[in-house]
Design a protein around this ligand. Structure first.
Ligand code: ADP
Length: 231
């Protein structure tokens, strides 16, 4: 019963993803095509041509980012669910992002309890966490401290990612996890959408607390392996 429900949900997510992918990719392609058409016209000054060329390239870049974001999340690894220690996963994610953090003058600090055992897709969870940590680093343009806390609470493994960055308004928080929402130049707004869906598929929850100019806390919780809410 539960299994087929989960299966149906996966198919739902996949078709939704395919639809938003098509939609997302079509937009920059249409714009690129427009610029290329304009460049073909006779009597266009060189300056204008250069401009159209640059804008067309920017749109192609955008399309590339969209495809890359989709590929990094859409690999069919969902079947490979396993029991593992989220503590190790968090340590590995932290280690992988350490040089990226240093580049942004951000220090990563971790407070992790022992035995954070979950049954989930290891790679997908790692991707989601890395993405949230990366966003946290990017939210601190002056550098600062990023804190990762891993605890066991009420048979759920809770992961908090706390930054002291630019923060978000209530409205911005509400738009997180929906496509098209991005404030960065090359951003696609897809990363968060994928992270939300993946975590929900694992019967997880994401809560966001944020204050503009102060920082943001992403709280993720997924059922601990062997807990009552776990089947
Ligand atoms: P992208 O990183 O491609 O812009 P995301 O889906 O990862 O897309 O994030 C969408 C938007 O959410 C970002 O552009 C940013 O404005 C906002 N955001 C995400 N995480 C944070 C954070 N920790 N602090 C402030 N803003 C954030």
């Amino acid at each position: 019963q539960h299994e087929s429900q989960l299966q149906a949900e996966k198919i739902n997510v996949l078709s939704e993803l395919a639809a938003s992918f098509a939609h997302e990719i079509l937009n920059p392609l249409t714009v690129t095509s427009g610029f290329l058409q304009m460049m073909k016209q006779t009597g266009i000054p060189d300056e204008k041509k250069q401009l159209f060329n640059r804008l067309a390239l920017e749109e192609v870049d955008k399309a590339q980012s969209i495809v890359k974001d989709y590929l990094s999340f859409a690999k069919p690894q969902f079947e490979t669910q396993e029991t593992f220690d989220a503590k190790t996963l968090l340590e590995e994610a932290g280690a992988q992002l350490r040089s990226y953090a240093q580049l942004h003058h951000v220090a990563i600090e971790m407070f992790l309890e022992e035995k954070l055992t979950v049954f989930a897709s290891r790679e997908k969870l790692a991707q989601s966490i890395s993405h949230i940590v990366k966003n946290g680093i990017e939210a601190m343009p002056q550098g600062g401290k990023l804190i990762i806390v891993g605890t066991l609470q009420n048979q759920r493994v809770c992961i908090d990612v706390i930054d002291h960055g630019v923060g978000m308004t209530q409205e911005e928080i509400g738009r997180l996890g929906t496509p098209h929402y991005s404030t960065t130049q090359k951003g696609t707004g897809l990363g968060m959408m994928m992270a939300y869906r993946i975590i929900h598929l694992m019967r997880g929850k994401i809560e966001v607390i944020s204050e503009v100019g102060k920082g943001t806390c992403f709280s993720i919780s997924i059922p601990a392996s062997g807990s009552a809410s776990f089947h």
